[in-house]
Design a protein around this ligand. Structure first.
Ligand code: AMP
Ligand code: ZN
Length: 468
């Protein structure tokens, strides 16, 4: 498998540190508002890559943080007259709802910056000890950027070309030894959340948070570090400087960055006020459409958001879902008989689409080509199935489609509408099971109905049910 590594600006063969295992860290959102669909892009593309790694047999340790202490969170808390912690936990919950809607799997761990302060203090102290950091007279701790010889290796910039990034926390620039130095720890201002440290009561800089959370949950050297391309500089560059100076080891072997989601060819962002929240999109579309739209482009290409492209994604998704529904219907009526020679030959022929899909995904996660392979499979299904086919034949095709869509995080199962008569029949079976003292079976039937949204109530007049 090949991945494009920002470090070398080349597609490289992927070789994990440990065979069969991938340690991957994806920078998560700062939680001060509902996430916009630009923030959703890294979530969706790297979730898809993770799903693919799992599909080809890797055990993936996937860590994605929430930045829950930040100037923007504090500002919002002041505006609302509430605690910063309240803002962060509210928007973490909201973000998790959006992720679920987009079928983004929960990470193995979702660390919170505020829960990892001890580790940050420890890393900062070790950087000071090694001469890579210093505390200024006001208690701010800075990283001594020029001391890290490899600085700029990720962003491919010379120190001289660099300008301090907009995300940099600059409190007291005058106390820096050098304009390139960046903040590791900053003193508290009135009303801000703060923690004790050897330097002053204060809070960590943004970059040190990710270095520490990645180390704690994945180790000093990881396989893949990922995020949007705006994070290359200074965030990821600074993470490398901190982590590699502290450990003396390579921080991450591969760096993957997604391109921007644009609107009118301009980066979608809160500051430009040109964004749509995931919640807004959910009012108009199933979030599966948003997911499908994001995957229709290569993750490193810029992607322009437009109504037309969303409609195209909706239609494309519809074609897949229609084929799946058709297969499900035929399966319901399908014959339990041996496959014919022709069916066997067709199944063999259809294997090529899975192979194509895998090849595309192994080529730097090319979801656009992978989707093209799914469409080929859909076309094949549409021309080669009928209610006359053997069940095993239909089931195999369905499983194949299901498997590939599952890697993309697209759900093709359709909830079957359960008929009143079937409900009554199951209730009767449950009554009989109870009479027979087979309570396990009785509970099983109740749970099965609950899953289909049917609530049972035992009353003196008998069992009543309602759809919920
Ligand atoms: P933030 O909350 O701004 O730190 O962003 C969280 C993640 O979303 C980071 O990986 C960003 O790079 C990514 N991101 C933010 N805006 C966009 C965008 N318009 N397109 C793609 N990725 C974005
Ligand atoms: Zn980060």
């Amino acid at each position: 498998m090949k991945v494009f590594n920002t470090l070398t600006r080349q597609k490289e063969e992927f070789v994990p540190i440990e065979e069969g295992k991938v340690r991957m860290y994806v920078c998560g959102p700062t939680v001060y508002n509902l996430i916009h669909i630009g923030n959703a892009r890294p979530m969706i593309v790297f979730d898809t890559f993770r799903r693919f790694l799992e599909y080809i047999g890797y055990e993936v340790h996937y860590v994605s943080n929430f930045t829950d202490v930040d100037d923007k969170i504090i500002k919002k808390a002041v505006q609302e007259g509430v605690d910063a912690g309240e803002i962060a936990s509210r928007y973490i919950e909201e973000c998790k709802k959006d992720m679920e809607g987009m079928n983004v799997l929960p990470a193995t761990v979702h660390p919170l910056a505020t829960q990892e302060i001890d580790g940050m203090i420890e890393m900062i102290a070790s950087l000071i000890e090694k001469g890579y950091a210093y505390a200024a007279s006001d208690g701010t701790v800075y990283y001594r950027t020029r001391k890290f010889a490899d600085y700029g290796k990720l962003s491919h910039k010379n120190l001289e070309d660099l300008q301090a990034g907009h995300r940099e926390i600059q409190v007291t620039g005058d106390l820096k030894e050098d304009p390139f130095d960046f903040v590791l720890w900053k003193p508290k201002k009135e009303g801000e959340p703060a923690w004790d440290s050897p330097w002053c009561q204060g809070r960590p800089g943004w970059h040190i948070e990710c270095s520490v959370m990645s180390k704690k949950y994945l180790g000093e050297t990881i396989d893949i570090h990922a995020g949007g391309e705006d994070l290359i500089f200074p965030h990821h560059e600074n993470e490398i400087a901190q982590s590699e100076a502290a450990s003396g080891k390579v921080f991450s072997h591969y760096w993957m960055h997604n391109g921007f989601l644009n609107i009118n060819n301009q980066k979608m962002s809160k500051s430009l006020n040109n964004f749509f929240t995931v919640r807004e999109i959910a009012e108009k579309y199933d979030l599966q459409v948003l997911r499908f739209f994001m995957l229709s482009a290569h993750y490193r290409s810029p992607l322009n958001f437009s109504e037309d492209l969303m409609e195209a994604a909706k239609n494309g998704l519809e074609r897949i879902l229609t084929a799946a529904a058709q297969l499900q219907r035929f399966l319901g009526a399908g014959k339990a008989k041996d496959m014919s020679d022709k069916e066997q030959a067709l199944l063999q022929e259809s294997e090529q689409f899975t192979q194509k899909f895998i090849r595309a995904m192994e080529d730097d996660c090319n979801t656009a080509d992978a989707i093209a392979a799914v469409f080929e499979l859909v076309k094949f299904i549409n021309t080669n199935v009928s209610a006359q086919n053997a069940k095993t034949y239909l089931q195999t095709l369905y499983d194949r489609l299901h498997e590939l869509c599952d890697v993309l995080g697209i759900i093709i199962e359709q909830e079957e509408e359960i008929l009143d008569a079937d409900i009554e029949q199951l209730i009767a079976q449950r009554q009989q099971a109870r009479k027979d003292k087979d309570f396990a079976r009785a509970d099983e039937i109740r749970d099965e109905l609950a899953q289909k949204g049917i609530l049972l109530k035992d009353t003196r007049e008998g069992v009543v049910w309602q759809r919920i």
